[in-house]
Design a protein around this ligand. Structure first.
Ligand code: UDP
Length: 380
């Protein structure tokens, strides 16, 4: 008999949701993380009472009521609604693309006028496409919203974010951006949306209550010892690293945050301002206090902002966005085949599944897995 039922490698949302549910099913768990704090990328740093999203803005949104009720059972969420604004050469446009954006872009005031303008703007691209599907992000954007919006609000931002030309990027990236003929600046289409009141660390603490954890613990530095501690492993780190990069390294984009504390009450009037022109080196500025207007720290004459610079991942950097192009997807498939044959290891989360994952989908996936394995219906 080993000391633990599950060793959970990585304390991000996947790992800690798994730990919570396993613990409830009376399984003995140990959660380890190589960082000096728990919670993975949802962890927030407290600065003068402001909860700073240290690893990038995390806005919880879902249409899954079970997931929404689950997270709210640990900490109530506020009613924050994400309504980012784009700054293109000093002019502001509402996002996602909606009647406000079309008014700002072309002065059109009715859905009918907006529709006619979009049709005119995309006519050339639609004609060039004919019957075929858009082959890349540029074709997708031009045939969805036309030239003006593509050039002012999409091209520069996307090329900065991905470090690749829009003609070399897959079309699906832009498909998640809604286009609306209503005056609705809500970025997400989901039924529920918000930020934990008191910050994400309350969610982390709630999920991990009563569970053994260890920080500054690098699985790979002492792999054998860790493996021998538990019957099964839940691995949420990088799948290629788990297999010692035997087929090669998966690529990622990473984000460098330049965080600054400023002595003003309100710096930019919104949590998220995207800088969509190529010439500004960062993609966006996050002003953290706007996520929690109910926080008493909101009223103070101090604020914390983070400029986000998107760069190619290199060894030693944090891995943020998987690059799901053809080359990397093929490579991932090879690792996935190995992972599927493991008896005692469960792979989950953004890094282990090499997948762009929203937080609600991570939790839903853990629900799915634990429903099977914690009832003992499957060997894993
Ligand atoms: N995007 C864009 N302009 C913007 C915001 C987003 O062109 O002002 C595009 C860009 O290609 C980006 C994609 O939409 O990669 C998805 O952006 P989103 O903000 O939804 O994703 P995030 O990076 O925040 O997860």
């Amino acid at each position: 008999m080993k000391k633990y039922d599950y060793l959970i490698v990585g304390s991000g949302l996947f790992g800690i949701t798994f730990a919570y549910l396993a613990n409830k099913a009376r399984k003995k768990c140990l959660v380890i993380d190589k960082r000096s704090h728990l919670g993975g990328n949802i962890y927030c740093e407290d600065d003068d009472g402001i909860h700073v999203h240290k690893y990038g803005a995390h806005i919880f949104h879902t249409s899954n009521k079970e997931v929404w009720d689950f997270v709210n059972s640990f900490v109530p969420f506020n009613r924050y609604t994400n309504s980012p604004v784009a700054n293109y050469k000093g002019k502001l446009y509402n996002l996602p693309f909606n009647m406000n954006t079309f008014y700002e872009m072309w002065g059109v005031t009715s859905p009918k006028e907006a529709e006619a303008k979009i049709a005119e703007q995309k006519a050339e691209a639609v004609k060039a496409l004919g019957d075929r599907e858009p082959q890349n992000l540029e074709e997708q954007a031009l045939s969805l919203v036309g030239r003006d919006i593509y050039e002012k609000l999409i091209k520069g931002y996307t090329e900065k974010q991905w470090g690749r030309k829009c003609t070399e990027l897959p079309a699906f990236i832009i498909k998640r951006l809604p286009v609306r003929l209503t005056f609705d600046n809500n970025y997400f289409n989901d039924s529920y949306q918000g930020i934990p009141i008191g910050g994400y660390n309350r969610l982390i603490e709630g999920l991990l209550e009563g569970i053994e954890t260890k920080t500054d613990a690098d699985f790979f530095a002492d792999r054998e010892t860790y493996v021998n501690l538990a019957e099964k492993i839940v691995f949420t780190g990088k799948i290629d690293e788990f297999y010692e990069f035997k087929f090669g390294k998966l690529e990622y984009r990473t984000v460098r945050f330049e965080t600054e504390k400023i002595n003003v009450q309100n710096f930019q009037g919104n949590a998220v301002i995207n800088y969509t022109e190529e010439e500004v080196p960062y993609t966006r500025i996050i002003e953290h206090k706007h996520f929690e207007p109910e926080n008493p720290a909101w009223g103070k004459d101090v604020t914390v902002i983070s400029r986000e610079y998107s760069t190619e991942w290199k060894d030693g950097m944090e891995s943020f966005y998987p690059v799901n192009d053809e080359k990397n997807s093929e490579l991932y498939k090879k690792y996935k085949a190995l992972a599927d044959s493991e008896e005692n290891v469960i792979f989950g989360g953004r890094l282990a599944e090499y997948k762009y994952y929203d937080m609600d989908d991570v939790i839903a996936r853990v629900f799915e897995i634990t429903k099977i394995i914690l009832k003992g219906k499957c060997s894993k």
